[in-house]
Write a protein that binds this ligand. Structure first.
Ligand SMILES: Nc1ncnc2c1ncn2[C@@H]1O[C@H](COP(=O)(O)OP(=O)(O)OP(=O)(O)O)[C@@H](O)[C@H]1O
Ligand SMILES: [Mg+2]
Length: 483
């Protein structure tokens, strides 16, 4: 089989090329089209749009499909770590210059706009605001959460909300993919995958590929998917705590987010005074201070079971302290110094592992987080793979705990760590075999630069041809997933 047949990701292969192929979200898609039409007749008042919504629901796809439909060129800046003020200026500047030569319109796409201010170069957000004010070319930003986008940028953009997809619509898409891949599938199996993805199409397609690729038939019994988070954002959780009346819902919402109870309490504490009034604040404060006592015990005794009590106090305790409805002020993130006080958050752990996967697979941290980390987690359910992956990426105990879904101080985590260390002592980490056995495919090796270029060319063949000039987000494929 050729590289493109074995390694191309289905989520890329089946990425809609035109706006009409995008599933769901018809209203935001027509708003986007209307905005683009204005650009066809000169520079409109609204020079930039921001597409926002949860991951994997078609924002970036819509951006490219728009350019495709209007026959615009694309300039893309999508690796968040490269978006310094100077890079933004350079790319957007280039867009204006070359456009004036060719006469065509160029769509400038900036993915993950909610991450811009987090860069080392803090001038990124200001530079972007200035460029939006002055641009002669359409600018399209995407973000998972509008709350993360700086106010100065939001003021300059038309916000278009994308919604998560219904499981039924996702299952329909999966059915088409199976049909195209020549796989006979049980509708129940597809529905199970779709439901597990909680509206995230990319995750659903990735999960389908993991269980169905190379098969002729897919039955319900054959579907083993690692449970995905419902992907509530921290703001959804705060809404449920401060504005909801259901204590169970308030606790349950916390399970899907990345924040540990140590982080969450900072968020709740920061926002409480603006959300409630009078006695209700006092009562909620009391709940928070009890939660804090439990958190102290967690650290003192390294007993993570107490997290449960802390979690209940800081969520339900605050919800029941409310004696009446409040208008609801905007939620603010906790001040920086407070966040620094807390221990390494699970988001930092997740990003650290993604970085390590990215280094080994020669891809970006973001790409590794979205596409490869779920596979690593899935593989790590097998203890033997967990050891090999630990050795390969030099994971520490916190990181092992994260990928196997366990607590850091468990015997399991410690023994995996020890065995991986022993393995590395025998052989260099890059020589560790993930899939022991078959010599030809088993070794996880760094891809030679020439080979990598070749592979990328192959992978790109599946995509619609586009004259896009990218600041490259490296997406190479390695033999880790060649199974
Ligand atoms: N509405 C949709 N219709 C059809 N396919 C979709 C849709 N949304 C997502 N997909 C599929 O999922 C993949 C990822 O989608 P996309 O990159 O547009 O997500 P996104 O919303 O930009 O996510 P993120 O916030 O993580 O950047 C696409 O390549 C496509 O295969
Ligand atoms: Mg995107």
């Amino acid at each position: 089989m050729s590289v493109s047949e074995t390694k191309i990701e289905w989520s890329e292969k089946y990425r809609p090329a035109a706006l009409s192929e995008i599933v769901g979200n018809s209203k935001p898609v027509s708003e986007l089209r209307a905005w683009a039409l204005h650009w066809q007749h000169g520079v409109p008042d609204q020079r930039a749009v921001i597409l926002h919504g949860k991951p994997g629901i078609g924002k970036t796809t819509a951006a490219h499909a728009l350019a495709h439909d209007f026959d615009w060129d694309v300039i893309e800046l999508n690796a968040s770590d490269q978006r310094t003020a100077s890079a933004i200026k350079q790319v957007a500047g280039l867009a204006s210059e070359t456009a004036s030569l060719s006469g065509g319109i160029r769509l400038i796409i900036l993915d993950e706009a909610d991450n811009i201010h987090g860069n080392a170069d803090r001038g990124g957000a200001q530079a972007l605001a200035r460029i939006i004010k002055e641009t002669s070319q359409p600018i399209l930003l995407t973000a998972n959460d509008l709350y993360g986008v700086s106010q100065s940028i939001k003021n300059l953009c038309m916000a278009i909300a994308f919604r998560s997809l219904q499981s039924r619509s996702i299952a329909q898409m999966l059915k088409k993919i199976c049909h195209n891949e020549g796989i006979v599938c049980d509708p129940e199996a597809l529905l199970k995958i779709a439901e597990n993805a909680h509206g995230d199409v990319r995750s659903a397609i990735n999960d389908l590929q993991a269980v169905a690729q190379g098969k002729d038939e897919l039955y319900l019994e054959g579907v083993v998917v690692s449970p995905r988070d419902s992907r509530d954002t921290i703001f959804d959780v705060l809404k449920k705590i401060f504005r909801g009346n259901d204590i169970k819902e308030a606790i349950n919402a916390t399970y899907g987010i990345d924040e540990t109870p140590d982080d969450l309490i900072q968020w709740i504490d920061e926002n409480l005074p603006a959300q409630y009034r009078g006695e209700d604040v006092t009562s909620a404060m009391r709940a928070l201070s009890r939660a804090d006592v439990f958190l102290g015990r967690v650290h003192l005794r390294q007993n993570y079971r107490m997290w449960r009590y802390a979690g209940a106090m800081m969520t339900s305790g605050v919800t029941v302290s409310k004696s009446r409805e409040y208008p609801g002020a905007r939620f603010m993130p906790p001040s920086k110094w407070r966040m620094l006080r807390s221990t390494r958050t699970s988001r930092q752990v997740r990003d650290g592992i993604s970085e390590k996967i990215g280094v080994q697979c020669q891809t970006s941290q973001r790409y590794a987080r979205l596409n490869l980390l779920p596979f690593v987690k899935m593989l790590s359910a097998d203890r033997d793979y967990a050891v090999r992956l630990t050795a390969w990426m030099n994971l520490d105990t916190t990181e092992i705990a994260y990928i196997i879904g366990s607590k850091k101080d468990t015997k399991k985590v410690k023994t995996i760590h020890q065995e991986a260390k022993d393995m590395v002592e025998d052989v260099a980490p890059e020589k560790v075999e993930i899939f022991g056995g078959s010599e030809s495919r088993a070794k996880v090796e760094k891809v030679e630069p020439e080979k990598k270029g070749e592979q990328e060319k192959q992978v790109k063949k599946g995509k619609p041809a586009k004259k896009s000039e990218k600041i490259p987000e490296k997406k190479s494929q390695t033999s880790l997933f060649d199974f």
